[in-house]
Structures are given as C-alpha cells and as structure tokens.
Design a protein around this ligand. Structure first.
Ligand code: 2U9
Length: 423
C-alpha cells in the first residue's frame, strides 16, 4: 500500500489513540540532526527531511515514530516517478500537498514548536514541499509529452486526400453591371452621388416639374407612406432624380454626377418589378448642349457593350424634367434568335435622356439663361439583361443560387475600362 494511503499507526499500547505527532522534544532532535546534515550532509540513504521529525521513546521506553516511519521524501518522489497517468499523479498531489496531505499535516505541526526549531523545521518542510511540487510538475510534463507522442504516433493525417470543393461566391449581375457603369462614367469625370430612398413630394416630383395632377403622383404608380400630422406624405422614390435635385440645391455648377440606386414603382408583371435599379446622370455647366449629351452617351454605349461604332438613334420623347427629351436606341441584329449589339438593321431601346428643363433649373436656384445641362436615365436590370443574355427580369430577385452560379461574376475581377469590364 502506498505510504500516502496508509492509515496512521497506533503508536503505543499505553496511548492507543496517540497519533504520530511531532513534539517539541522531537523538534529539538530534528534541529540537531538538521544542523549535522547541514554540516556533514545526510547519512547515506537519508535526506534532510527525514530528520525533521524523527523517532522517539515514551516514558516506558517504547520506541515509536513521530513522523511517517519511512523516508517521506524518498517515498513520495518514488511514487511520483512511478505514476503512470495524470489521474494517479493528481491523487498523489492531493495526498501529499492537498489540505489533508502528508506534507500539509506536517506543516500544521510547526505551530507547536519553539521558535528556533520552528524556523529550521519550517525551512526544511518548505524545501520538501517545493521539491515535491516541482517533481509533480516535471512528471506531469513528462506524462503529457508521452501522451502527445503516443497520439501523434497513433493519429495519421492523409495529406494526399483531395480538398473539399469550396464553392466560390459570385457577384450578382446587378452588382457587376453597377461596377461597370460606374467605371465608365468615372473615366469621363463623373462623381457618384447618393441620397435617401424615402423621399418627399418636392424632391421626387415638384422640383422635377411634375404638374399637380400627373399620373406618377397617383397611388396606383407610387408607394406612399401614411400621411403625417401636417398632411404631407413621404414616398419611396420612383427614380434617382431627387439625388440630382439635392446635389443642385447643395452645390454650385459645374456638376457632373452619376446617381445609381434602388427605385420603387407600383408595378409587377413580366417586365416590371416593384423595386428596380436605375442609373441617372446629370451634367450642369455654362454652354452645355445636346452635342455633349450625344457624345457622352455614345462613349458609354461603346464602352459598356464593348463594341466599336455602335449605331445610335435619338427618338423624340417626353419627360416632365427634360426639354427636348429623347429615347435612345442602339443598332442590333436578332438573326436566329440571337441578339447582337452594334450590327444589323434592327433597333433596341436602352435609355432616355434630354436637356434639363428650365423649370427644374429654376427650382434649384439656377438661372437657365446662365446654366444648361443634360440628363439621362437607364434601368440597370435592362442593360444587364441585354449584355449578359438574361431572358427573365424576375429571376434577378429570386435568390436562386443555381441562377447566381450561372450568371454571377468572380468577385475579384474588378471592372476597369483599360483592364476590361467583364470576363
Ligand atoms: C434632373 C433632371 C433631369 C433623368 C432622365 C430619363 C430621361 C429616362 C428612364 C429610363 C428607364 C427611367 O429606369 S427608367 O424607367 N429615365 O428616360 N431620365 S432623363 O433626367 C433628369 C434627372 C434629374 C435634376
């Protein structure tokens, strides 16, 4: 049975309940022995701790041990060295250094000794305690090392195993088209401007020269928020034009901005969704004219569709905010069911444009005699469908991952005019 689990021995017949308890006398002997040890070293096979609490005889001459009758230090160290698991080691730590451990119990006896003995015995006991703690730590490290080595030897990583196929994320065609359009207009000196999606009547309609009874102001076309206490109603912007109004009210010309963003209309069928994306552009300066507008849009169309010399047609049209206004068609062919931009004898409508209406300039505090400007607008979904052959508008908003994998774009291929817009 290991010494730390042995029951205390009965020390004498005359004192059947006497436990091994150091006395002051035994302490003095311990001190003497300890001094000898310090001077000459311990006798062979003995260590200083052994002398701390040595054996004594009672008045009847019976010899009994005041301390464990074996060399406590040696037996603890041997047991620690022999411990073959972390659990066994922990049990040893508790039995030696725990609250009721052997070394701790000896420590508790120091209080009953005279000061000088206590000092010497205390030092020796502290040294013993430190030595046992260090031995426990060292053995623990050895056992942990061995456990790790055993695990490393047992477990194998098969480095030849093929990696799991991690699906790459993909950019939605709307994001890709957005980046492409921004890259093209940025090259022409346009800055991107943004504004709120919840707007008021003035910025969405009145400043844009919509007359009071215009159908766009109707509940059937526009999403209105509940009326407020002052009787006004906010709405979800029906175009990004309020962004240009806010810009003109906030800064002096020259202005050259691109306003991309989400827009909302009460419309839902094969070719309309209640939310869609728009790009609008605005240029305001002295002496801006329709020729600037045509040059700018022809530059855009050729860069975006990556085709040279695309035929363009400006058809007269009407918008409240531009005068004159036009819708722009580009030349294409639809032979064999395949759409080809820039070739053939067919036309495809892609955007609307015009010279900014004098009333719009005036609403923004600009004198139409001094400043002129042009503006254009296009639906992002529409130009994405045309360029990438996406047949159904509604699929843009279905969040179908198979669709996204098919039509999506590598997220790190940032579109640039020089480096290429799309691959
Ligand atoms: C200000 C002045 C003028 C923006 C313009 C269009 C023509 C146009 C449509 C294209 C398809 C909207 O997405 S769509 O349904 N837009 O045809 N937009 S001119 O004119 C402005 C804008 C702001 C201050």
């Amino acid at each position: 049975m290991p010494p730390w689990s042995a029951k205390p021995k009965r020390r004498s017949r005359t004192r059947p309940d006497a436990r091994a308890r150091p006395t002051q006398r035994s302490g003095i002997r311990a001190l003497t022995a300890y001094r000898q040890v310090k001077m000459r070293g311990p006798p062979a096979g003995r260590d200083p701790a052994f002398f701390l609490f040595s054996s004594s005889r009672d008045h009847s001459g019976t010899r009994h041990m005041d301390t464990p009758d074996t060399d406590l230090r040696a037996s603890l160290l041997a047991a620690i060295a022999a411990a073959d698991s972390l659990e066994a080691l922990e049990a040893l730590r508790v039995s030696a250094l725990g609250k009721k451990g052997q070394v701790t119990s000896l420590m508790k006896t120091l209080g009953g000794m005279d000061p000088e003995t206590r000092k010497t015995a205390g030092q020796a006991l502290n040294a013993l305690k430190d030595e046992i703690a260090a031995a426990l730590d060292a053995r623990k490290a050895t056992l942990a090392d061995a456990a790790l080595s055993e695990r490393l030897a047992r477990e194998r990583v098969d480095v030849t195993l093929a990696p799991r196929d991690e699906p790459d994320g993909a950019l939605h065609p709307i994001s890709q088209t957005w980046e492409e359009v921004v890259a093209i207009f940025a090259q022409m000196g346009f800055a991107v401007a943004e504004g709120p999606e919840i707007e008021d009547d003035f910025h969405n309609f009145t400043a844009l020269n919509f007359p009071p009874g215009h159908p766009a102001r109707d509940m059937h076309d526009t999403f209105f928020l509940p009326r407020r206490a002052d009787g006004t109603r906010h709405l979800l912007r029906t175009h990004t034009s309020p962004v240009q109004i806010r810009t003109m009210l906030g800064q002096k010309p020259p202005i050259r901005i691109l306003a991309p963003g989400r827009t909302y209309r009460c419309d839902s069928d094969m070719t309309h969704t209640p939310m869609f994306h728009q790009f609008e552009g605005l240029v305001i300066d002295k002496a801006t004219h329709f020729g600037h507008l045509k040059g700018c849009l022809s530059e855009f169309v050729e860069a975006y569709f990556e085709v040279e010399a695309v035929p363009m047609r400006f058809r007269p049209s009407f918008f409240p905010f531009t005068e004159p206004s036009a819708e722009v068609d580009i030349g294409c062919s639809r032979k064999g069911g395949e759409l080809r931009i820039g070739a053939g004898d067919d036309w495809l409508e892609i955007l609307g444009c015009g010279m900014v209406h004098p009333n719009v300039l005036r609403a923004c505090g600009l004198d139409p005699e001094e400043y002129q400007g042009f503006a254009f607008g296009m639906g992002l979904e529409r130009i994405a469908m045309l360029k990438y052959g996406i047949p159904d508008l509604r699929t843009f908003f279905e969040s179908d991952l198979r669709w996204l994998r098919h039509y999506g774009f590598a997220s790190l291929d940032v579109p640039t005019v020089q480096g290429g817009l799309s691959r």
